[in-house]
Design a protein around this ligand. Sequence first.
Ligand code: FAD
Length: 370
Amino acid sequence: MSQAHTEAAEPAKRPAGRGRNVELSEELKAYKGVWVFIEHDRGHVHSVSWELVGEARKLADKLGCQVSAIVLGGPDEALDKFAAEAFTYGADQAHLMQDPVLKGYRNEPFTKGLTDLVNKYQPEILLLGATSMGRDLAGSVATTLLTGLTADCTELRIDPTTKALAATRPTFGGSLYCTIMTLAYRPQMATVRPRVMLMPPADARRTGKITYDSLGMVETQIVTKLLDFIPDASSNKINLPYADVIVSGGKGLKNPENFKLVFELARVLGGEVGATRPCVQAGWVEADRQVGQTGKTVRPKLYIAAGVSGAIQHRVGMEASDVIIAINTDANAPIFDVAHYGIVGNAMQVLPALTQAFAAHLALRTRQAA
Ligand SMILES: Cc1cc2nc3c(=O)[nH]c(=O)nc-3n(C[C@H](O)[C@H](O)[C@H](O)COP(=O)(O)OP(=O)(O)OC[C@H]3O[C@@H](n4cnc5c(N)ncnc54)[C@H](O)[C@@H]3O)c2cc1C
């Protein structure tokens, strides 16, 4: 894949008087610092937030500025603890906003909270996870602030000439990468999917400064009401982005019955099951199992692809895996271009053979350890 082009992102509506220029106004030159929105739910911070703090650290070091963690939540939520954890991953300071209407995510209060903080402290860059919450919030914050947002980035760096955030993402159905810069507006916003960036090492000795702000919003001003939380019984069962081992199946498996061979191998290896988009579209497996551009990005220690052609839209979601093993009848299948080990053969024969061999090997290791 090649780097395609560089362009300036246009906000939905340009503020009066700013015009079509690509120069920063004097007022916007004052914006400094790299911010990361810390996403949390029911006491747990989403790992993508720490991945982004690690990335923000690299960007801030290039710019010679500070990294701030932005934590919004309810009065009884452990926001100070989340801030302390953000410091260990590389943040220098944290802005906390605690209010009863911020307990549980809702777009209106979170948009107001985050835009108020941006207007007050004026960060240069604002990063959010490309999760359901992050995507919802990033869009409304960018449109409220009338700034540019680059979604689903795969790489973030500082452009050496303009010092702007150069945010790279796949485009044209994944066949090209484009690098987008927001040159005339601030903050420069980007979302990044879980597991695209590496988890930074935590340094327990790191600390930082915490600043507290209030929201100034009451429940009656918010249209959306949070009545109850009903967990989706299936959604948390499949945690593809953070699985260490993934066995994925493609259309080469021919039918859903053969897909059971993928589940069997994944079970023996203690891993998860992934799939290509056509398998999901055919209803063979749940949508949460789709790996690729319009599915999940994964980074396991071991990725086994059986009957997967290796189309670019699939590869962008799995090529960062530590070890890739591909099984395909076609020796010229593109999946072999990214595979560390290739088996040219019929998946319906190779998968059960691998399952049997791994089961025997793991049983032997268990016996030896006992
Ligand atoms: C905008 C857009 C977004 C997309 N997003 C995604 C995405 O997120 N994820 C995704 O996966 N795809 C995505 N796609 C689809 C993608 O382009 C490919 O069509 C898809 O990945 C191919 O799936 P496949 O490898 O299962 O099927 P196929 O391309 O049909 O490949 C099947 C493979 O199995 C091999 N095979 C056949 N028989 C056997 C056998 N007995 N044993 C072993 N191998 C065998 C064949 O040689 C072949 O290589 C997207 C497409 C578009 C346009």
